[in-house]
Ligand binder design. Structure first.
Ligand code: GL2
Length: 833
C-alpha cells in the first residue's frame, strides 16, 4: 500500500522508538521459517510465511511478557481477573504488530524478501471463541487493560471449535464447523503443568477434621482436568502484557490408569473422549440460553479451573488466603461464570477450612458482575435437579447463601413474602430452578449495566427488588471498543489522515484527542481527503465482495450497512421493509429525491433460531430480485456478506457510510458495532436504545439520524395493548410491502415461504417493527437529503469521529478500575531502552 520508500523510512523511525530493526525482523523471519516450519523461501506456502511472521512477532513480545510477570510478582500487584465464557479475539498478527509499534518494520522486512505483509495477515484464521458483542467486548477489554497498564488475567475456555462459519447456500444460512486450531496456533503457549482437577456428580459427606470439627466434603463421581493455554495480550504504548488463560479439557490421568488396570482399554479411551468433549465447542447462541447439560458443565469447568488457579497464585505469591480479595478482583462477564461464587465458597470452606463468615466476606469482596441483557429468555436458570446430579455440593452452598440472604430480605421488608419469592435464588414452580443472575447479584459487591439506559432499566425493572435492598451496589459503565483494532488496524488510511491532521498520533492511546479534528472540520482539503479515504475503503470492500459473493457493489452509491447477529429485536426485517419500499418506488418511477444505495448486511443466526434464519433467506431473496432487475439496479443493490466475524467486520466498518442501529428501544443493552461504525466515520440511523443514546449526545443530535419509539413509549404500548394489524391496515405502503413479500415475487412464486415472518409481524410483532416503520422511512428520506450534499455529509462524518473518543474501551476500563475494582496502573518498565 505504501511506497517502499516511505515504508523503509517509517521502519527506521519505528526502530528508533522500539529498538526493533527491520534487519533483525527479516533474519528472524527466515530463521523461524526454517527452524519452526522446516521450510525455505522457495517452497514455503503462504501459511508457512504467515507462521514465520507470527513467531517472529511473538518472539518480540515475549520479553515484555516476562518482564510484566516479574513486575507483577515483585510488586504484589492487585490483579483483575476477567471471567468470561467467550472471547471473540479476531486475528492477532496485525494488532500485535500495531501494539508493538513495528508494523512498518515488518512490512519493510517482508517486502525486501518479496513477500506481501497484507497477504500474510490475510492468512490468519481468527479464534472465534465468542458469539457477538459480549465476547468481542471481553477481547476489547483485555487489550485496554494492558494498554491502561492494569495487571489482568482473562480466564476462558479453549474451545476446539469456535463460532461456526457461515456459508450462504440458495440464500439460506449453512453452518460449517470452525476447526480453527487445525493449522496450529502460534500465539498460545501450552502450560501442561498448570492443570486442575474438576469434579462432577457424586455426593457430599460429613467428616470430622483434625480439630474434631464436623465438616462437609464432596466426593465427585468423576473428574476431568483443565489444562492452561496462555495467550499474551499486548497493550498499546505500554510495555504491559496481560495474560489470556484458556482451559482445555482433558481426561484425568488417574481415571485412565484405573481403567487400564482393569483391562478396560475401551473404557479408558472413551473416558478421555468424553472428557475432551467438554471444551470441544462453543454454544452458538448469542443470547437465549441453550439449557444443555454440557453447557452447565462448561461453565463449571471454567470457573473451577480459574478459581483454583487464583488460589494457587495467591498461595505462591502472597500467602494465606485471608487477603484474597485484596489481591484479586473478579469480574463476571454476564451470568455464564456466576457459579464462581459457589465455587470460591466451596474451596474456602471445604479445602481451606474457613468458617462461613470468613469465606463469604472474601467471596463477596471478590466478585463484581456485569449484566449484558434484559431479554427474559436470555436470563440463565438451571434446573435444581440438574444441579443436584452434577454439582451437589454447590447446590448445598447455594441453598445456604439463599437461606441467609432471604433472612436479610425478611428483616428489611417485614411480611413481604411475595418479595422474598421474587428475590430467591431458587425459582419455585413445577420445576425448581437456580437463578444464576440472582446468585451473581447476591455474591457480588458491584453490579453494572453496559450503557446508561440499560443500567437504568437494570435498576428499575430487572433487579428492582435488589436495587431497593442495596442501592449502592448498582453502577453503569458504558461499553467501549478498542481504537487500535477498529481504526488503526482496520482502517490505516483513516488513521494516517487523522494523525496528519492532528499533527501527532497520541489519539491512538487517548481517544479524546480526536477532538483536535474539530477545528479542521470545514477545511476543504481535509474534507476532500476524508472522502477519498472513504471511497478507497468502499472500493476495497467492493473488490472483496465481488470475489467472495460475485455481487458487484457500486462504490459511487451510499454504503448502508447493518452488521450484527441476526435477531428479531435488532430488526433486520425493518431494514428489509425499507428496501422493499425503495424497490417499489423505483418500479413506480418515484425516484425523485432517492439516492443510489448499496444495502449491505452481515451477521449469523443461531442455528436453532428459525425466524432469524428466515430473515437471512429473505434478505438474500430480495437481493436476488433487486440485483437482477436492470430497472432498479442503478438505484439499489443488496448484498449479504457471508460469515460476519471480526476479520470481515474490519472490512465493513471503514467502508460504511450509514450505520444501521435500529433495535427496538429498550432491547439492545448497549451495542458496540454502533461505536465501531461511528469511529470510522459512518453516520448512524438509530433508535434511542443502548449506547445509541450516548453516541447521539456525544456527536451532537444534529449529526445523528434519530427515529422511533422511546423505551418508555414501548412499555406504554405494551401495557395498553399493541395492535400491529392496525398499522398494516392503515398504512397502504406498509401493507403493499408486506403483501409484495407474500406475493411470491422474492420466492419464485412460493407465497408461503415468508408467511411465518409476515404473519408474525402483522399479528404479534413483539419488537414493534410496524409501529416504527413510518418513522424509519421518513428518517431515511432525511438521510437521502443530506447525502446529496456531500460537504454537509462529510462534515457530519468528521464530527462523528472527532467526538467519539468517549467510546474507547480504555475509558470504560478506567471507569471499572476506579469505581468497581479499586485498582490502579502498574507500569512495566522498559529496562532495555
Ligand atoms: C450483549 C448485548 O446484547 C449487547 O447489546 C452488548 O453490547 C454486549 C456487550 O455488553 O452484550 N449481551 C449478550 O448476551 N450478547 C451481547 O452482545 N451476546
Amino acid at each position: 500500500m505504501n511506497s517502499p520508500d516511505t515504508t523503509v523510512q517509517q521502519a527506521k523511525r519505528e526502530h528508533t522508538r522500539t529498538g526493533m530493526s527491520k534487519d533483525a525482523f527479516q533474519r528472524d523471519l527466515l530463521d523461524n521459517l526454517f527452524y519452526i516450519q522446516g521450510r525455505f523461501r522457495e517452497v514455503a506456502t503462504p501459511h508457512d510465511l504467515y507462521m514465520a511472521a507470527a513467531y517472529t512477532t511473538r518472539d518480540r513480545l515475549l520479553a515484555r511478557w516476562v518482564k510484566s510477570a516479574q513486575t507483577f510478582k515483585a510488586t504484589h500487584a492487585r490483579t483483575v481477573c476477567y471471567l468470561s465464557a467467550e472471547y471473540l479475539l479476531g486475528p492477532h498478527l496485525a494488532s500485535n504488530l500495531v501494539n508493538l509499534g513495528i508494523t512498518e518494520t515488518a512490512r519493510a522486512a517482508a517486502e525486501e524478501l518479496g513477500m506481501d505483509m497484507d497477504a500474510l495477515i490475510e492468512e490468519e484464521e481468527e479464534p472465534g471463541l465468542g458469539n457477538g458483542g459480549l465476547g468481542r467486548l471481553a477481547a476489547c477489554f483485555m487489550e485496554s487493560l494492558a494498554t491502561c497498564q492494569i495487571p489482568a488475567i482473562g480466564y476462558g475456555i479453549r474451545y476446539e471449535f469456535g463460532i461456526f462459519k457461515q456459508a450462504i447456500e440458495d440464500g439460506w444460512q449453512v453452518e460449517k464447523g470452525d476447526n480453527w486450531l487445525r493449522n496450529g496456533n502460534p500465539w498460545e503457549i501450552p502450560r501442561p503443568k498448570i492443570s486442575f482437577a474438576v469434579g462432577f456428580g457424586g455426593h457430599t459427606e460429613s467428616y470430622r477434621d483434625e480439630r474434631s470439627q464436623v465438616r462437609l466434603r464432596w466426593q465427585p463421581a468423576f473428574e476431568i482436568r483443565g489444562v492452561a493455554y496462555d495467550t499474551p495480550i499486548l497493550g498499546y504504548g505500554s510495555q504491559n502484557v496481560n495474560l489470556l488463560r484458556l482451559w482445555k479439557a482433558e481426561a484425568s490421568e488417574s481415571l485412565d490408569l484405573q481403567a487400564f488396570n482393569t483391562g478396560d482399554y475401551y473404557g479408558a479411551v472413551h473416558a478421555k473422549i468424553e472428557a475432551e468433549t467438554l471444551s470441544k465447542v462453543l454454544y452458538p447462541n448469542d443470547e437465549p440460553e441453550a439449557g444443555k447439560e454440557l453447557r452447565l458443565k462448561q461453565q463449571y469447568f471454567l470457573v473451577s479451573c480459574s478459581m483454583q488457579d487464583m488460589i494457587r497464585l495467591h498461595l505462591n505469591t502472597v500467602g494465606p488466603l485471608e487477603g484474597f480479595a485484596d489481591k484479586f478482583t473478579v469480574q463476571l462477564n454476564d451470568t455464564h461464570p456466576a457459579l464462581a461464587v459457589a465455587e470460591l465458597m466451596r474451596l474456602l470452606l471445604d479445602r481451606h477450612a474457613m468458617t462461613w463468615e470468613e469465606a463469604w466476606g472474601i467471596t463477596h469482596k471478590t466478585f463484581c458482575y456485569t449484566n449484558h441483557t434484559l431479554l427474559p429468555e436470555a436470563l440463565e436458570t438451571w434446573p435444581v435437579s440438574l444441579f443436584e446430579r452434577l454439582l451437589p455440593r454447590h447446590l448445598e452452598i447455594i441453598y445456604e447463601i439463599n437461606r441467609r440472604f432471604l433472612d436479610e430480605v425478611r428483616m428489611r421488608f417485614l411480611g413481604d413474602e411475595a418479595r422474598v419469592r421474587r428475590m430467591s435464588l431458587i425459582a419455585e414452580g413445577h420445576e425448581r430452578r437456580v437463578r444464576m443472575a440472582h446468585l451473581a447479584v447476591v455474591g457480588s459487591h458491584a453490579v453494572n449495566g453496559v450503557a446508561k439506559l440499560h443500567s437504568y432499566l437494570v435498576k428499575a425493572m430487572l433487579f428492582k427488588d435488589f436495587a431497593e435492598l442495596w442501592p449502592e451496589r448498582f453502577h453503569n459503565v458504558t461499553n467501549g471498543v478498542t481504537p487500535r483494532r477498529f481504526v488503526v488496524v482496520a482502517n490505516p488510511r483513516l488513521a494516517k489522515l487523522i494523525t496528519e491532521t492532528c499533527g501527532q498520533d497520541d489519539w491512538i492511546r487517548d481517544l479524546e484527542q480526536l477532538r483536535a479534528l474539530e477545528p479542521h472540520v470545514d477545511d476543504a482539503g481535509l474534507q476532500g481527503r476524508w472522502q477519498e479515504v472513504k471511497r478507497a475503503a468502499k472500493q476495497d470492500l467492493a473488490q472483496w465482495m465481488k470475489q467472495a459473493t460475485g455481487i458487484e457493489l457500486d462504490p459511487e452509491s451510499m454504503f448502508d450497512v447493518q452488521a450484527k447477529r441476526i435477531h428479531e429485536y435488532k430488526r433486520q426485517h425493518l431494514k428489509v421493509l425499507h428496501i422493499v419500499r425503495c424497490y417499489q418506488r423505483i418500479k413506480q418511477g418515484q425516484v425523485q429525491g432517492l439516492v443510489p444505495r448499496t444495502f449491505i448486511f452481515g451477521g449469523k443466526a443461531a442455528p436453532g433460531y428459525f425466524m432469524a434464519k428466515l430473515i437471512i433467506k429473505l434478505i438474500n431473496a430480495v437481493a436476488e430480485v433487486v440485483n437482477n432487475d436492470p430497472q432498479v439496479n442503478d438505484w439499489i443493490r443488496v448484498a449479504f456478506m457471508p460469515d460476519f466475524n471480526v476479520k470481515n467486520g474490519q472490512r465493513l466498518y471503514p467502508a460504511a457510510e450509514l450505520s444501521e442501529q435500529i433495535s427496538l428501544a429498550g432491547k439492545e443493552a448497549s451495542g458496540t458495532g454502533n461505536m465501531k461504525f461511528s469511529m470510522n466515520g459512518a453516520l448512524t440511523i438509530g433508535t434511542l436504545d443502548g449506547a445509541n443514546i450516548e453516541i447521539r449526545e456525544a456527536v451532537g443530535p444534529e449529526n445523528f439520524f434519530l427515529f422511533g419509539l422511546t423505551a418508555e413509549e414501548v412499555l406504554q404500548r405494551q401495557m395498553t395493548g399493541y395492535r400491529p394489524w392496525e398499522y398494516y391496515q392503515n398504512d397502504p405502503e406498509l401493507k403493499s410491502d408486506l403483501d409484495l413479500i407474500n406475493s411470491g415475487l422474492f420466492s419464485h412464486g412460493d407465497t408461503q415461504l415468508f408467511r411465518p415472518l409476515t404473519d408474525n409481524l402483522i399479528n404479534h410483532d413483539p419488537f414493534m417493527v410496524l409501529a416504527d416503520y413510518r418513522a424509519y422511512l421518513e428518517c431515511q428520506e432525511q438521510v437521502d437529503r443530506i447525502y446529496r450534499d456531500p460537504e454537509r455529509w462529510t462534515r457530519m462524518s468528521i464530527l462523528n469521529v472527532a467526538r467519539i473518543g468517549y467510546f474507547s474501551s480504555d475509558r470504560a476500563i478506567r471507569e471499572y478500575a476506579e469505581r468497581i475494582w479499586q485498582v490502579g496502573p502498574q507500569p512495566v518498565l522498559d529496562t532495555e531502552h
